[in-house]
Design a protein around this ligand. Sequence first.
Ligand code: PLP
Length: 392
Amino acid sequence: MSTWKSRTRAVHSGTRRSQYNEVSEAIFMTQGFVYDTAEQAEARFIETGDDEFIYARYGNPTVRMFEERIAALEGAEDAFATASGMAAINAALTCGLKAGDHVVSGRALFGSCLYILEEILARFGVEVTFVDGTNLDEWRAAVRPDTKVVFFESLSNPTLEVIDIKAVAEIGHSVGATVIVDHVFATPVFQPAIPLGADVVVYSATKHIDGQGRALGGVVLGTKEFIRGTLEPYLKHTGGAMNPHTAWLLLKGLETLELRVGAQAQSALEIAQSIEGHNQLEKVVFPHLPSHPQFDLAKARMEQGGTVLSVVVQGGKEAAFKFLNALEICCISNNLGDAKSIVTHPATTTHQRLSTEQRDELGISDGLVRISVGLEDTNDLIADIKNALSQI
Ligand SMILES: *Cc1c(COP(=O)(O)O)cnc(C)c1O
């Protein structure tokens, strides 16, 4: 099994067959498990074996299959699946922190992650320093002996900054911090984070892992010691466990993940190339375009440039809205990584909560539109986007 390539692991790893030897994974829709004897129940509460379960908030066979499959794909020792990406990120951050601890975080974050760091952790006496994630000098200046966690989005939303995982992990480790990476945009396919030094990798499985808009889910990956020793006690007592039906959908999602995101990323590249320089656009942002500020790093580290591109249309919000409203194939929504192409205007939706100054600092202008490229025909998408641009 250790010699299996990623596509084989995505299809077979973690499979647990029942006595019926089913081909497709069984959905164990149960909250609990019956013990043969009182002695067995007692023994299980003392030590739970590999193929033993107590209560679905702690673990469930279908959920366990998903955890083992994604851990195998990521090259992580273990994983814990959660009800949403935010449940995963909240637990990964909070489980090891206490009042008085210090966290250094990249500034360009998913809105809810920013809320946890700025609002919730602050209330519990955790100090957070934000840095420009692409600036290694800022990371070096921010870490301190009491820095317990270093956190960042490896490929930021929606400006697609590429953070140097290896370099930031080295800085974090120099003070003994745990390096936690929100790796949603990079997916388990484009850039393995653990070999680059990440201690903990977190996904919103709602995005590419499901990839078909059916489920909300999340997962935390790391060493057995972190997942079972630090994270599991926190999660099993605070709730936030994944539903078995969701785990089954996500197992099916993993089977096709590499094929889907590979095709989506190829389309994203072709779209970015074909619209860069368009007279209605100020710029096109995509990590594998030579015009991207971290192009060399993105080429060196990422097999493909990702499934999302951002464009800045000339004419601000009014022009951006005209563009969105004129699209016929791309849906206006706020998910990403989906089979359906989705366009988002971050300034008025996902990043509406931020002040104008905060948005300026992050480069989220009124003309910025995020395009999550789906599985439609590439040429149809290019035609749809060019037609909508012509109507601004
Ligand atoms: C969507 C997303 C999340 C949150 O995930 P949910 O499944 O919506 O809770 C966190 N980080 C990033 C980068 C995301 O895109």
